[in-house]
Design a protein around this ligand. Structure first.
Ligand SMILES: O=C(O)CCC(=O)C(=O)O
Ligand SMILES: [Mn+2]
Length: 221
């Protein structure tokens, strides 16, 4: 299976991948990684199998609760420092492990860790950030699976105001792959919405390099 990093110049219909063209970015979207039935089953399974927590971040000396619930799983040795929180991985629940296998089968790349976020309703969100922590390497490969409510995912170029923002409605059962220079050149966010929306779960599979340890100070809010 060819890596989607090499697929970004290809259009829809190539195994279902849709390449999203943007300067300094490699984005590939697979609308139906899962069938609607399997996506609904995975949503239910993850809601109960995952140990959801409300993480807090320290910003300017104050502890703030993140507007979402989160969980982190990784293989032994995969440690990840996120917003100043050193997260120690715990063993993978079966439905999360199954999704990793499915993603790896479509991307032909290994992932040793995953960050899960549960957006309980439209008031839950994730602020502007890049997944550019040093332990993810110079060109992080991020595989993002969405379940539950469709939410708007937005990317903005860090420096170039002449480059239009990219907006993707991340549908349940979809897979978005960000690779190459994307994290270095772009930020992304999952904005709040006033629409009445149900819960949404997002899983971002990552590969943590074991050689680097880092602590982030910026919070994605
Ligand atoms: O919920 C999403 O689609 C984005 C999550 C995200 O950016 C992250 O976990 O780093
Ligand atoms: Mn991110």
């Amino acid at each position: 299976m060819t890596s989607p990093a090499r697929r970004t110049d290809l259009g829809a219909g190539d195994g279902g991948w849709v390449a999203l063209a943007a300067a300094d970015a490699e984005l590939a979207y697979l609308p139906a990684l899962l069938t609607p039935e399997d996506a609904a089953l995975a949503m239910t399974a993850l809601t109960t199998a995952v140990q959801w927590e409300q993480h807090t971040v320290r910003i300017a000396g104050r502890r703030l609760a993140c507007p979402r619930l989160s969980a982190w799983y990784g293989d032994p040795g995969a440690r990840y420092a996120y917003s100043g929180l050193a997260l120690e991985p715990s063993p993978w629940p079966a439905p999360v492990a199954r999704l990793r296998e499915l993603v790896e089968s479509r991307i032909d790349a290994p992932f040793d860790s995953v960050l899960l976020n549960l957006y309980r309703d439209g008031a839950d969100s994730m602020g502007w950030h890049s997944d550019d922590e040093p332990e993810l390497g110079p060109t992080p490969l991020i595989a993002s699976v969405s379940l539950g409510a469709t939410r708007r995912f937005v990317l903005r170029h860090r420096r170039r105001r002449d480059v239009a923002a990219v907006e993707i409605a991340l549908a349940p059962g979809s897979l978005l792959v960000m690779s190459g220079p994307t994290q270095r050149a772009w930020r992304h966010a999952l904005p709040k919405t006033r629409r009445q929306v149900g819960p949404r779960i997002n899983l971002t599979f990552r590969q943590v390099l074991e050689t680097t340890r880092a602590v982030r100070t910026q919070s994605p809010g």
